[in-house]
Design a protein around this ligand. Structure first.
Ligand code: FES
Length: 143
């Protein structure tokens, strides 16, 4: 399992680095995902203990925010907006096209990237894209 490669020491160091922040749970989760590409399952009890909250609360926040994933992904992550404006501009069709033709990429949903007037909107890694097309996304993935 990929989680076995992530040591508790590395997880704890990232948790410790964010503890001084106000409302540290989200910064901790972001930090872990940035570092490991996902929030390892092993981190959840360590986070709960460090923040003196229940594991259920950590799970609840993890599942509320679609951005956090509990499993590593392989290949580039392409996020396609599923919010209403982008749906009206072909977001679902683009998502299906990308899933079928961009092999190796992981396609995830995102809900509004603030590019509603120029949909469908997408992201490759942390780079947002307006008026996304399969060709534009493929070019960005290849970069
Ligand atoms: S609805 Fe897709 S970017 Fe806002």
């Amino acid at each position: 399992m990929a989680d076995q490669k992530v040591s508790d020491t590395a997880i704890s160091a990232l948790i410790e680095a964010e503890l001084g922040r106000e409302g540290p749970l989200l910064p901790i989760l972001h930090s872990l995902q940035t570092r490991f590409g996902h929030v390892p399952e092993a981190a959840l009890p360590l986070i709960a203990e460090a923040l003196n909250i229940g594991r259920a609360e950590v799970h609840g926040v993890m599942s509320f925010y679609h951005d956090f994933r509990t499993q590593p992904v392989s290949g580039p992550v392409v996020k396609i907006c599923r919010a209403e404006a982008c749906q009206a501009q072909g977001g679902r069709a683009l998502e299906a096209e990308v899933a079928a033709r961009l092999s190796g990429a992981t396609v995830e949903a995102v809900y509004c990237l603030g590019l509603c007037a120029n949909g469908p909107a997408a992201m490759v890694g942390d780079r947002p894209m307006a008026a996304a097309t399969l060709d534009k996304l493929a070019a960005e993935v290849a970069r």
